[in-house]
Design a protein around this ligand. Structure first.
Ligand SMILES: O=C[C@H](O)[C@H](O)[C@H](O)COP(=O)(O)O
Length: 252
């Protein structure tokens, strides 16, 4: 799983740079690490594999946020555990679908949002790794919906009530491979709620209302939890933005 940087598309090169820079800075010896999901996190796993192999990183234990991430970690020979064994984590690193200037994120494009939020919540620090396409002034610029994990029993009712209370439209996410709904690692469904792109940044209220709705397990809105975001740009540069707003250029 060693990706030669030259073989990668510019966007994947950017993802790899962000993942390597974040791993290098925040994963220390003995770290209890939450490992997110998605294509950017795959490069974090690659970083961990190399760092462990060359001896620069020791005694890291990883709690994955999805079946696929668990597989990647195991295939890379890394130590995998879970929240039963390791309920408190030092750091969690994950990708995102969009991040606004106040670090409100949409996550869950890959359907892993509930486990991602649980693992993030178990960690002392949460860092996001992303290519520059995820950096937006306002949520909805590129990614038009908020993924919401729901109990199958409640799905049809929620498809009606979510747009009634929040506006926009809601769709049950279907599997691309089988003739039926996409099923999460928790055996639930995903409703993708497409919101009005002109809505004001009332995301905390939206999150509160949705979280209080019976049948909703979790939303893909991550609010007030991010310590820093590593954005990678097409010109090869990586910038870490801290929650204070301070921007740090990362040396390659
Ligand atoms: O459910 C998926 C996760 O929230 C991912 O972290 C998110 O979709 C970003 O994925 P990617 O790194 O593939 O863009």
């Amino acid at each position: 799983m060693v990706s030669t940087t030259n073989e990668l598309s510019p966007i994947d090169q950017a993802k790899k740079k962000a993942a390597f820079a974040c791993g290098k800075k925040y994963v220390e010896n003995g770290c209890r690490l939450g490992v997110g999901s998605g294509s950017t996190v795959k490069f974090l796993v690659e970083y961990l594999k190399h760092a462990v192999k060359d001896g620069s990183l020791k005694d890291v234990v990883c709690v994955p946020t999805s079946y696929l991430t668990r597989r990647w970690l195991l295939d890379a020979g890394l130590t995998v555990t879970d929240l039963d064994v390791t309920p408190e984590l030092d750091v969690c690193i994950d990708g995102a679908d969009e991040v606004d200037p106040s670090f409100t994120c949409i996550k869950g494009g890959g359907g892993c949002l509930a486990r991602e939020k649980i693992v993030q919540n178990a960690a002392k620090k949460f860092h996001v790794i992303a290519d520059h396409s995820k950096e937006v002034k306002k949520l909805g610029e590129n990614f038009k919906f908020v993924p919401i994990e729901v109990l199958p029993f409640a799905a049809q009712a929620l498809l009606k009530t979510i747009p009634q209370s929040e506006g926009g439209s809601a769709e049950l996410r279907m599997s691309k491979q089988v003739c039926g709904p996409a099923i999460t690692d928790n055996n639930n469904f995903i409703i993708d709620w497409t919101f009005d792109k002109n809505r004001h940044g009332d995301w905390k209220e939206v999150q509160q209302r949705l979280a209080n709705t019976p049948g909703i397990v979790e939303t893909g809105l991550f609010i007030d939890v991010v310590e820093s975001v590593f954005f990678a740009y097409d010109d090869g540069s990586v910038k870490e933005i801290l929650k204070s707003g301070k921007k740090l250029e990362i040396e390659s």
